[in-house]
Design a protein around this ligand. Sequence first.
Ligand SMILES: NC(=O)C1=CN([C@@H]2O[C@H](COP(=O)(O)OP(=O)(O)OC[C@H]3O[C@@H](n4cnc5c(N)ncnc54)[C@H](O)[C@@H]3O)[C@@H](O)[C@H]2O)C=CC1
Ligand SMILES: CC(=O)C(C)=O
Length: 261
Amino acid sequence: MYQDLKEKVVVITGASNGIGKAMAEEFGKEGCKVVVNYHSSPGRAEEVAATIKENGGDAVIVQGDVGKEEDVLKICQQAYATFGGIDIMINNAGIEHPTPSLEMSADEFNKVMETNLTGAFIGSREACRHFVETGKKGVIINISSVHDVIAWPNYVNYAASKGGLKLMMETMCMEFAPQGIRINNISPGAIMTEHTTEKFSDPETRAETEKMIPMGIIGKPQQIATVATFLASENASYITGATLYVDGGMTKYPSFMGGKG
Ligand SMILES: NC(=O)C1=CN([C@@H]2O[C@H](COP(=O)(O)OP(=O)(O)OC[C@H]3O[C@@H](n4cnc5c(N)ncnc54)[C@H](O)[C@@H]3O)[C@@H](O)[C@H]2O)C=CC1
Ligand SMILES: CC(=O)C(C)=O
């Protein structure tokens, strides 16, 4: 438990399932007030909110598509109206649409960029505006991916969005560090969530993926959530502009595991 997180207001985008859900519930256990954004599953968002309340936190759900500026503003307004402000902004919502580059339309490219990068920028900008206006030393965490440094054929839109998220975070970190606002990214490796279950249920794909992970295991959403609460807490008070790779070593060139040239 991080005592300083108690009563803090946390906005999490895409929080009705997967990594977003795990983070919402983990912040709930810390006694936070959580704004649970969902795109299209109010029932799942209600379940997440109920779990948070059962565990000593508070929660409100709000629909919104982070690819639309007005919706991100609406999500933030919900935090001001219900809980009086924002202390921690987590830009988690993300999508993948793999297609070979030769066949990828501009719309397919832009859709992923809008959700994964522009959405995170609008969320970060709104949170920073609020932190500057109120003099708060707020915290922003973006959920990126190991594909902010590992190129990924057929996923040019996804890799470009996550690579962009890295320098967006580092640039905003420098703009707002003088006011004590901390901005960091968590870059997960392969994590078992609803959207990856199908892919990892195929034994061949699973074995191939495990080979790319020095620890040899696919991660769990909870392993991202506990890093998020740490980063948001005062225990991480001197960390800003960092990307924490939570990936079982995936970014460390696992093909060298054999120890030969
Ligand atoms: N699962 C994995 O292996 C990895 C996931 N990530 C990142 O973690 C984040 C969460 O991914 P998962 O939990 O795995 O995926 P997921 O598909 O289970 O959850 C994504 C959430 O974002 C929401 N969402 C999608 N588009 C949205 C929009 N326009 N507006 C608002 N919400 C929207 C979805 O409804 C869903 O609740 C994403 O940013 C993803 O890129 C990064 C590396 C690995
Ligand atoms: C979706 C994603 O970023 C991975 C590593 O699978």
